[in-house]
Design a protein around this ligand. Sequence first.
Ligand code: AMP
Length: 401
Amino acid sequence: MLKTIRDIDIDGKRVFIRCDFNVPKDEHGDISDDRRIRSALQTIRYCLQRDCKVILGSHFERPTPNVYEKKYSLAPVARRLYQLLKKKILTSRDVIGEDTQKKYQMLKNGRVLLLENLRYEVGETQNDKVFAKKLASLADVYINDAFGACHREHASIHAMALEFDENSRAAGFLLNKEVNFFSRIIKKPARPFVAVVGGSKVSGKLQALNKLVENVDKIIIGGGMAFTFLKALGYEIGKSLVENNLLDDAREIMKKAREKNVKFYLPVDVVVATEFSENAMTKYLPVQEIPKDWMGLDIGPASSRLFREVLDGVQTILWNGPMGVYEITKFQRGSFDMSRYIAESHAISIVGGGDTADVALKSSYIDEMTFVSTGGGASLQLLEGKDLPGIKVLKTLGGTL
Ligand code: AMP
């Protein structure tokens, strides 16, 4: 069983909450989507109501350790937390250094201290025990609410948790909700169950695809990864994204789908362009007619219509990966249409992955989705059936999810 914050005594204690504040920022450094911060509030408020001293830790992107570049600072997160919690947030300018010690002395019960980006410390990504011990010394209780980081064996996710005994470490509300949701989907999905998979590469989702093919009733493939499948079927794909080393894997997945009677759908037409840019010349063409020096950057209108029909009447839709290069207006139509079809369906819709959630947000359908996961990589690994390092350490002995 996964122990949750409700199962342990935290009253008046020093509680470290590992959050995932790795939020998208715009070109001015302002947070463009604060859902990850808002998702952490339930656990933070729960601790504050119990008069705890709350210490928050998170990573943000990938800074060079020991180099305190402003663009990687969690300062904007502190400002947003202050607006949401309506409470002054103490912030530290380091992770386990002097400033943290100073602010830590000032921390009162019912108050929050936010540490700086954990990845400023080299020990974080190395799952270093010494660093983990220092972090752990700040708290009596360890709570992990960073679902999006649970697939990483990093110090604040793994080694630090082991510094606490079973009665002093647990999952926060967000982590618990994500794990429950995905385990229910794996064990008992309402059928028909469709996986809509897109994004750039097959390689990052190969294992998940292999597993999904055993579980779903239909698979729709879009995005850059579709071209590896199309090439594996013998189509000319021009200069489109392809992973030539995975053609056999692609064939294998399609074979498995046939054997398991899983309906497998690829785009039938694409938007092709001469270059990867907003100003590129574009054409809509059937996949049989992609010219040698053009590249496919979105699914075409016929594919969109086909995929809408595939979604008709299904009960569960799992969506991971955009249908095209949605960051460029010219190539966002396929992803936005997909977002609308999924939102308008009566199915349980699960959106996983930062880019996919971004598509749902930008197309204004995010609120219509049943569940938007805060973890892309983590949710894929859960679907692959893997035991994530951050979750494994929180399970009580002998338990299952
Ligand atoms: P992933 O992280 O694997 O889910 O991939 C997301 C990225 O895939 C987005 O940044 C898209 O721009 C990109 N993408 C989607 N379709 C294509 C395509 N046809 N060619 C190149 N990149 C694509």
